[in-house]
Design a protein around this ligand. Sequence first.
Ligand code: CMC
Length: 480
Amino acid sequence: MASGADGRKYRSGTLAPGGVSAAAFSGTRSGPGLAPAFPGGMQMPEESLTITDNRTNITYTVPLHHGTVRAMDLRKIKTGPDDFGLMSYDPAFMNTASCQSAITFIDGDKGILRYRGYPIEVLAERCTFLEVAYLILFGELPTEPELKEWTDKITHHTMIHENTKEFMRGFHHDAHPMGMFISTIAALSTFYPDARNIQSRQVRNHQILRLIGKVPTIAAYAYRHSLGLPYVYPDNDLTYTENFLNMLWKMTELKYEPNPVLARAAEVLFILHADHEQNCSANTMRCVGSSHADPYVSVAAAAAALSGPLHGGANEEVLKMLDEIGSVDRVPEYVEKVKAGHLKLMGFGHRVYKNYDPRARIIKRTAEAVFEVTGRNPKLDIALELEGIALQDEYFVKRKLYPNVDFYSGIIYQALGFSPDMFTVLFAIPRTVGWLAQWQELLEDAEQKIARPRQDFIGHDVREFVALEDRVTKVAPVSD
Ligand code: CMC
């Protein structure tokens, strides 16, 4: 075992945090008094890193590509033939690219978000959600006939099997809608066994149509279930978001008339949430998909990852937090608690954005349009005060903590009449598109294999077995 920069013990051959991460292509015995790394005739790669292994005094040249080194190249750095070779150690993937992707680009320092090269601001202003979905999935904005055909196909997949309805009816009246959503998506796997043929692009595309068509229906049924209202069948005359509002809010009227401002707000919110590169749920989709599981169970797994309060579940937590604060004058006191480390400011901070989340800016503007129809949500004043204080305060400035997408979305959702437990379901509908695009990309990437990280084993070496009668208590009792 070797000691890392953090004082922990590391298995020989594992890079300790703070260590150099690199790969060995050409090994040359070098070091004080020895030959240089690139003796005459040897070509230095155009972009490369030079690493000296101080254990062996061997110097390696490591090629770089797009600012990355290949972790598998590290294995070539060995102390001898029996050595496993170096690994990189990166809990929570803080600095590891797990794939090459052409879908979504984020520059977290500049606050830039683009889908397939198009800035999010333009897409949110000029497109419909299904147009953006097509772009994300197929790489190009659709032509008019392509969009018509795509919309038509999705629209004809919005119905769910009557047995799925029955299945959903079985949930307790106060079941969390996200739990209902996740389980029902997984249950679709039992209705479409053909989906297991994930090798066929045609079969995959069919499931993509089904999933994008059905997620609003399942989400709306989960919502109606929590209110004890009968489920509403999809209306194919309406747009994707209008139909969603129809399935949520239609009562006894013969034909539901969606409010155009609210339908457009839903469209914008869906566009903003459609994809966000390798976040926790996208990574889950890729991880589960890499075992060649079918897309229904893979999307269910991704949705489960989304439900956590550090990810998509944060929008629900923001509302709870604003409720807890209660009034504008109590904001400074709350901020002090956050700074003291007692609480997190939900809807603030991001692994990638170290600047204002561009989605939060658009949502803030969308909120104003929604409030013209619904009336102003008084929570907005608390949120604005919270943002104002946080953006000035050294604690948040130093850590580059800015509002993220979840900070203002919940305030809109609440103004629309949703209870907080529905918020993450509203996030999951559009994100299904992103998950499916990541899944397609994974399955078409010849370099990808089943996701299977390594570990740095820190447990016991082999131990002598102790017979039951000779054992002494070493573990604290398990409380129930
Ligand atoms: N409130 C207070 N302090 C925070 C917050 C916050 N919301 N977020 C991060 N910090 C502090 C953190 O305590 C740490 O401080 P120190 O250096 O003194 O230990 C520092 O900032 C760095 O934070 P981190 O936890 O190392 O950052 P991370 O990249 O691991 O976590 C995050 C990112 C989004 C999980 C985190 O910022 C967080 O928990 N935010 C609140 C939950 C939230 O809003 N999540 C939604 C994310 S965006 C949408 C989505 O993913 O679905």
